[in-house]
Every structure is written in structure tokens, then in C-alpha cells.
Design a protein around this ligand. Structure first.
Ligand code: HSE
Length: 337
């Protein structure tokens, strides 16, 4: 069956997946028999475009550059688009809000209640309401897939759920925020904190409000997701202890360098005899540590497993194409299942 897609949010990620789908339409059909139409796109800035038979992707991308949809314009907000359109899958890519999870939680609920799958890179619903979302989706016979919420398209959640099924994951340690890793790398190269943060914003790694990155809240959201999804816990976001990188000075970084160490913002989940704890905090780790070589915006994560020992995956944690790919990966997962 052809997927009919509604894109909610047409910012960096939304445009990223649209570009990928346009470029790979032929390859997706020939390699995976995957066929789709983007039938609706709704964005707070650009308005809503809807055509039940499929929208023209280059026109949508061109209109986004001009700041307004001009073809197939429909007087719908995001919720109406989700409920009223003929989409079979909603790609939820609005801004993350880790305090309320809104408006994304309402978007997910509306999709499930009208029997549409959700594929999302938005950390809000996954970090604050994972179980509720999963149960509601199940009740309505659809999926709630969230690969892009942790390490963008680098396959972390799908790795744990797919190839590592059968292993017990006993612990997780990783670098899960690209902005802070980029800042720490640039400070090691001699840049000062504010200049490094400004550059991370320019490169599109940082959240709309970068406080969420530098204070560790973004990483805490991702740790909450990993704790609940991979370790099967029932953690609220405040159950994860959290400290960011704002207290780390250039002098601290220089001192660590002389000791052959490096500061990293480490996210960690431990299961000690059934007692699960989770944290985000800066740590000074030896240069020889597997996580020490992840530099710039690159993320890395180690799963400690019972049958396979440690498995480390290193890759992009943010970015237009990389997060766009996470949406494609989950679309194909739905299609192939
Ligand atoms: N602000 C996030 C980061 C984006 O820097 O990793 C990806 O979640």
C-alpha cells in the first residue's frame, strides 16, 4: 500500500526528509518497493498545503525558502491537518518542548485517534509520555516510532530493538548532545565558550533555546527515552540527575589536556541488581577511552550487554539530512512490517 504522508513541521527536519524523499523516490521504489505521496504539510510559519493525490515536493521546498506555501493552500492548522487529511502516516517534526511535550503530544493523540501512524524526531512525547503514546497507538492499531529522538538517524533505538533483541542491556553510556560536544571540542582548540556556542547555533546543532543543550536538559530527555525504551523502566524526566557544561572553563580543559584527559558530557544509565539509575554530567575521561574520540557534533553510545559485551555506535547526533534519514528509516520500518 502506498504511504500517504502528512508532515507536521517543515523546518530543518521536515525539509530534510522532503529532500530525501524527492531525491530517492526511484531508489525507494526499486530497492524496497516503497511508494509514497506527501499529501499534506502544515507549518506554523508557512501555513498548510494539502492535496489528497500528492503535493509537488520541489514547489513545497521553493515556497519554504520564500516563507509561505502558495499552492494547494488549505485553511487548516496542524491538528485539523492530522485529523482531516487522508494521510496514513503523520511525520511529527514540530519544535521539541521538554517541559510540556506540546503541541506534539496533542498531535500524536489526534493521529492515533484517527488511526494514523506517528513517526517522530520530537523528543517531547517520547521523553514525557512514552508509555501513554505507545499504549494509545496500540489501542488504535497503529505505530509510534521515534528513532530520530536519540542520535538522529544513527540507529540506536532500532539497534536495541532489532539486531540486539535477545541480549539484556545492562548499562548505557554515551555522548548524546552534539552542541555541547562541539563546544567542548572547540574550547579544546582554543575558542572561547560564547564563540563556540554561537557557532553551534549557526551550524544548526543547538535547540531553539540553547539553554536546553548547555544545561544538559536535551541529553536528559534522551537518557529518559533510553531508560524507558531500552531498559523498560518507568522514569520521569526528573528521575535523571542532570548537570550541564556551563561550569567548565578553558582552564579546566587545558588542565585535563595536560593530564591526557578530555571533558565530555556523559549520559549514563546503570542497572545494578534491578535498581536503575540515570544521569547526565560532565566527566573527565582518559584520551584512550572509546568515547573520548567522538569530537565536534558527533555522538557516541555504548550498550553493555550480557551476550555481546560492549557495543559502541558512533555517528551524527543532529543535522538536516541525518535527522531526515531517521524519519525515512521509521517509514520503511512501518512499510516493511
Ligand atoms: N540540540 C541537539 C543536539 C539536537 O545538539 O544534540 C539533536 O537532538
Amino acid at each position: 500500500m502506498k504511504h500517504r504522508l502528512a508532515l507536521v513541521g517543515f523546518g530543518t527536519v521536515g525539509q530534510g526528509i522532503a529532500e530525501i524523499l524527492e531525491k530517492k523516490r526511484g531508489e525507494l521504489k526499486s530497492a524496497y518497493d516503497y511508494d509514497f505521496d506527501i499529501v499534506a504539510v502544515s507549518d506554523l510559519r508557512f501555513g498548510t498545503a494539502y492535496n489528497p493525490d500528492g503535493l509537488n515536493i520541489p514547489s513545497l521546498l521553493g515556497d519554504a525558502k520564500k516563507g509561505k506555501f502558495t499552492q494547494n493552500v488549505k485553511d487548516w492548522n496542524a491538528l485539523q491537518t492530522i485529523k482531516e487529511s487522508n494521510a496514513t502516516v503523520v511525520c511529527e517534526m514540530s519544535f521539541t518542548d521538554l517541559k510540556t511535550g506540546e503541541p506534539a503530544i496533542s498531535h500524536c493523540k489526534a493521529a492515533f485517534e484517527t488511526k494514523k501512524h506517528i513517526v517522530t524526531s520530537n523528543k517531547g512525547p517520547a521523553a514525557l509520555a512514552y508509555r501513554d503514546m505507545k499504549e494509545l497507538a496500540k489501542k488504535h492499531g497503529v505505530k509510534f516510532l521515534i528513532e530520530g529522538t536519540v542520535m538522529s538517524g544513527t540507529p540506536v533505538l532500532n539497534l536495541a530493538d532489532g539486531p540486539l533483541a535477545g541480549c539484556t542491556i545492562k548499562g548505557i553510556r554515551g555522548i548524546l548532545n552534539g552542541t555541547t560536544n562541539y563546544i567542548l571540542t572547540q574550547m579544546e582548540n582554543g575558542m572561547d565558550y560564547s564563540a563556540a556556542l554561537k557557532k553551534a547555533q549557526e551550524l544548526g546543532y543547538a535547540e531553539a533555546d540553547p539553554t536546553g543543550d548547555v544545561e544538559g536538559y536535551d541529553a536528559r530527555g534522551k537518557v529518559t527515552i533510553l531508560t524507558n525504551v531500552v531498559m523498560g523502566a518507568k522514569f520521569a524526566i526528573n528521575d535523571v540527575t542532570c548537570k550541564g557544561i556551563t561550569g567548565i572553563t578553558s582552564a579546566d580543559i587545558e588542565k585535563a589536556k595536560k593530564e591526557n584527559h578530555r571533558w565530555k558530557l556523559i549520559s549514563s544509565v546503570k542497572n545494578e541488581n534491578g535498581k536503575i539509575t540515570a544521569s547526565v554530567a560532565p566527566e573527565k575521561i582518559p584520551m584512550t577511552h572509546p568515547l573520548a574520540s567522538a569530537m565536534g557534533a558527533t555522538n557516541a553510545l555504548t550498550f553493555s550487554t550480557d551476550l555481546m559485551g560492549d557495543i559502541t555506535i558512533v555517528g551524527a547526533g543532529a543535522g538536516r539530512t541525518e535527522t531526515g534519514f531517521s524519519i525515512l528509516a521509521d517509514l520503511l520500518k512501518i512499510y516493511r512490517s
